[in-house]
Design a protein around this ligand. Structure first.
Ligand code: C6P
Length: 410
């Protein structure tokens, strides 16, 4: 008989120094992980050791420091490749984050593939970072955005998606895990259906990379973009995965040092992948810190983290549902750790303010998904978002904080 592996959350919490601090005289309850996650000591130490022992520019120097920095930087690329099971390091491009990855694809492949009167498909639950770059592209070219609708639980209407695909469709870009609802979309099916029409698919992995094991070859997506800072790594670093043949066919995004092979005043020959898309001195420390975050995640195991987070989500959902006057927004069958809610008669910003007095950090607002808020005819929600270092006791604190909020406004 095999026993279920126990997830030792108290041991995990010791790896995150910030979780020891107090806010407004109360122990910090950090439930804003979808905005950015906290960093383990190993990532913090890696950043300090990079700057105190190695700091040098990469791919440029023959001196020892530059070579060490290059080895660490390229080592991080390799760790990310393994994490998402890309075929080769050449398919892993360092960016500033999800937003930059999507803009990169829109302004390269998008400009090349999408013509006047063509269509780009997104969904009603996209983050602004997966709306605006496509809107800009469509405006530039005279193309049109098509939007997959969702039901009241916050699930994509897959029949409508299939109906939207036509010979005019040139790209599909869909979020894997919704930051505002927690919905996990059936992205493997979305990709397979688009491919029947020879349409490439970009997946916005900002929220899925930190919470679900991701295998880009299994998903068969053409692009997958995510951010280091939500994956327990530093800010200002992210990843765009792309299939080699597409990346090779794409024009350049930014130009300058690093991304060239040779330059004369008459002609420039661009560098090979992935450097073709990494113009200028990159965020070396950020990439190396992200590599350390991947090492850390591997010690936890994303599959174990996912199982634990889904147990927390179930507990949190049950607890919140017991509160009279609370309405959950985002009740998909297939969900990850996001609890978006409304309290009758209280503006979400006021909920956030009262919870902060209790040391509880949540996000309130439209979560950069205004079209989604319009779909639900609400201005904002209060959102608690979970990570594997959260506990049931913290959910209990949230529930208590919500009761307190009702008291304050009664
Ligand atoms: N969502 C949130 O609180 P950047 O800013 O580039 O790291 O990530 C943008 C982004 C793109 N897609 C999704 C699904 C996201 O959730 C985010 C970031 C944060 O929900 C900040 S708005």
């Amino acid at each position: 008989m095999t026993t279920k592996p126990v997830f030792d959350v108290e041991a995990v919490r010791k790896d995150f120094p910030i979780l020891n601090r107090e806010v407004q005289g109360k122990p910090l309850v950090y439930l804003d992980n979808a905005a950015t996650s906290q960093k383990p000591q190993s990532v913090i130490d890696k950043l300090v050791s990079y700057y105190s022992e190695i700091n040098a520019n990469v791919h440029r120097g023959v001196h020892t420091l530059s070579q060490e920095a290059t080895d660490e930087y390229e080592g991080a690329r390799s760790k990310v490749r393994k994490l998402i099971n890309a075929k080769e390091e050449a398919e892993i491009i360092f960016t500033r984050g999800t937003t930059e990855g999507i803009n990169l694809v829109a302004q390269t492949l998008g400009v090349q593939r999408v013509g006047e009167g063509d269509e780009v498909i997104i969904s009603n639950m996209e983050h602004h970072s997966n709306v605006v770059p496509w809107q800009v592209l469509c405006d530039q070219i005279g193309a049109h955005l098509r939007v997959v609708p969702i039901n009241d639980d916050g699930e994509l209407l897959m029949d409508e998606y299939e109906k939207l695909l036509s010979p005019r469709t040139k790209l599909v870009s869909i979020v894997h895990l919704s930051n505002a609802l927690g919905t996990i979309n059936p992205v493997k099916d979305i990709v397979a259906i688009a491919h029947q029409h020879d349409v490439p698919v970009l997946l916005d992995g900002a929220q899925s990379a930190p919470h679900l094991p991701v295998d880009v070859q299994d998903l068969d997506c053409d692009f997958y973009a995510f951010s280091g800072h939500k994956l327990y790594g530093p800010t200002g670093i992210g990843i765009l995965y792309g299939k080699r043949e597409l990346l090779e066919s794409m024009s350049v995004y930014q130009t300058g040092g690093e991304q060239i092979k040779s330059v004369t005043f008459e002609k420039t020959i661009y560098n090979d992948l992935p450097y073709k898309f990494e113009a200028g001195t990159p965020n070396i420390a950020g990439a190396i810190g992200l590599g350390a975050a991947v090492d850390y995640i591997n010690t936890i195991g994303l599959d174990r983290a996912e199982a634990y987070e889904s147990e927390l989500l179930q507990y949190g959902t049950e607890q919140l549902q017991t509160i009279e006057g609370l309405k959950l927004i985002g009740t998909a069958q297939h969900k990850s750790g996001v609890l978006s809610f409304l309290l009758e008669g209280i503006h979400p910003h006021d909920i956030g303010t009262v919870l902060d007095t209790q040391g509880i950090a949540i996000r309130t607002g439209h979560h950069c998904t205004q079209p989604l808020m319009q779909r639900f005819q609400i201005p904002a929600t209060a959102r608690a978002s979970l990570a594997f270092y959260n506990t049931k006791a913290e959910i209990d604190a949230l529930v208590e904080g919500i009761h307190k909020t009702f008291e304050v406004f009664s």
